[in-house]
Design a binder for this molecule. Structure first.
Ligand SMILES: Cc1cc2nc3c(=O)[nH]c(=O)nc-3n(C[C@H](O)[C@H](O)[C@H](O)COP(=O)(O)OP(=O)(O)OC[C@H]3O[C@@H](n4cnc5c(N)ncnc54)[C@H](O)[C@@H]3O)c2cc1C
Length: 403
């Protein structure tokens, strides 16, 4: 498959595919399948509605869009490969979408702060590994960090700057992929799927919708995030029909709630945090603000492109379960006591939350062929926006392996 993956027009051998779930993983899969000439139906009750981040259950509509591809603790294995492939695909997909009038805002640069000695040591090891690979990484000393205005969270001991990581706008990405797929012939249905089951006659799968109607296709892609588990549990409880699904322990996804805030900073601060991050070749020169800043798992994401030019996203907490914890939100708001004064003075414009699907007892994400014609693309946990392209490519490869 080419980097853009979109070089194949519809052929008589194209497959019919139903994608359940229109979060970033489902939409990316539907887009790639449709662009490659398959006949795709995307089903999600949130499609077509004016769903706001405050109310939508989709994790993707709550995401910050941070692409932490290179600042990953490993340099090999499946997780690393998915990250590398996804970053390359996001680049070529964005280019191809922009050429058709659907740009996705991308901001490069990510500074990972070290809050203690062990973290600083880990960063030094990572720096050596990434520099060996020729990636634009640099270590920023305490003195360099202290020279940055507005001040960073304290007490940071040092930092690792990656010019090749960054952030995309997840809402724009969803919209661009969805509208581009629709222009290529995608059918999307704002409905809820209540059950999935093997087709009664012949190969393939069928879904029953909330309104009672039944739809069929040769392939079914389950990308319903945290809710995919209940659809699978209902299938597995169908005795012989459910037995079509792979043997093994039932798949379990745990909800991990994340909260996030949109802040409006003072005008003087906005100018500094909205500056473009350093150019790849200047990664040793310290600018006003280095792009996304990550402090103890919490992300500060400048959004100078949002109305007023003074916005900053701050997220996200990691809370087990489905109910938001006010204490976790407070800790996010003041960065666990490390927030600089300018951040504490910022006005909260909006707050939201979302549920991440975390696989229980297995590594994220879950990309599995559960039965002939049934694919699971879920359990992305913290990195679904980052990993959506490689996941979609995996889906497409599975479908096309049957041609
Ligand atoms: C606050 C927060 C911040 C985050 N920040 C980042 C980040 O910076 N970078 C990053 O890479 N990741 C981030 N994530 C993680 C990321 O959001 C998820 O990994 C990703 O969105 C998962 O996408 P998905 O498509 O699998 O699931 P979802 O986005 O949850 O999509 C599932 C979809 O399925 C639909 N659905 C459910 N049930 C049914 C049904 N029965 N019938 C039809 N449709 C159904 C839902 O309506 C939903 O739209 C963040 C998550 C949170 C909560």
């Amino acid at each position: 498959m080419s980097a853009s993956g979109t070089d194949r027009s519809q052929t008589p051998s194209s497959r019919s595919v139903i994608v359940v779930g229109g979060g970033i993983v489902g939409v990316a899969s539907a887009w790639l399948l449709q662009r490659r000439g398959h006949r795709v139906l995307l089903i999600d009750p949130a499609l077509g509605s004016d769903s706001s981040a405050e109310t939508a259950p989709s994790a993707s509509r709550a995401a910050l869009g941070v692409l932490m591809g290179h600042v990953f603790r490993r340099s090999h294995g499946r997780g690393w490969q998915l990250r590398q492939r996804s970053l390359a695909l996001w680049k070529s997909w964005s280019h191809s979408l922009a050429s058709r009038g659907r740009p996705i805002a991308y901001r490069s640069g990510l500074l990972l702060l070290a809050h203690d000695g062990p973290e600083l040591e880990r960063q030094q090891t990572l720096l050596a590994e990434r520099q060996k690979l020729g990636l634009p990484f640099s270590a920023w000393s305490l003195e360099q960090l202290q020279a940055i205005a507005p001040p960073l969270p304290a007490p940071a001991l040092g930092g690792l700057f990656s010019a090749a990581d960054g952030q995309i706008d997840p809402h724009q990405a969803l919209e661009a992929l969805h509208s581009d797929a629709c222009a290529a012939g995608l059918t999307s249905l704002p409905q809820s799927v209540t059950t999935i089951e093997p087709r009664r006659r012949g190969n393939g799968w069928q879904v029953r919708l909330l309104d009672g109607s039944v739809l069929e296709a040769e392939w079914l892609v389950l990308a319903a995030g945290i809710e995919g588990q209940s659809l699978l549990a209902a299938l597995e409880s169908q005795g012989a029909r459910g037995a079509a699904v792979r043997a093994g322990p039932p798949l379990k996804l745990e909800p991990v709630l994340g909260q996030a805030l949109e802040l409006e900073v003072e005008a003087s601060v906005a100018q500094a945090i909205g500056q473009p991050p350093p150019h790849q070749n200047d990664s040793d020169t310290i600018p006003g603000w280095p792009g996304v800043v990550v402090w103890q798992g919490m992300c500060l994401v400048p959004r100078p492109d949002l109305p007023g030019g003074r916005r900053l996203w701050l997220g996200s907490s990691l809370e087990p379960g489905r109910e938001p914890d006010p204490a976790a939100l407070q800790s996010l708001r003041d960065l666990g006591g490390a927030a600089p004064d300018w951040l504490l003075r910022a006005r909260v414009v909006r707050q939201w939350q979302g549920l991440r699907p975390r696989p229980f007892g297995r590594p994220a994400p879950l990309l599995e062929c559960l039965a002939p014609g049934l694919l699971l693309a879920s359990g992305h946990y913290r990195n679904g926006v980052l990993l959506a392209p490689a996941s979609a490519e995996w889906v497409c490869t599975q479908v096309e392996s049957s041609l």
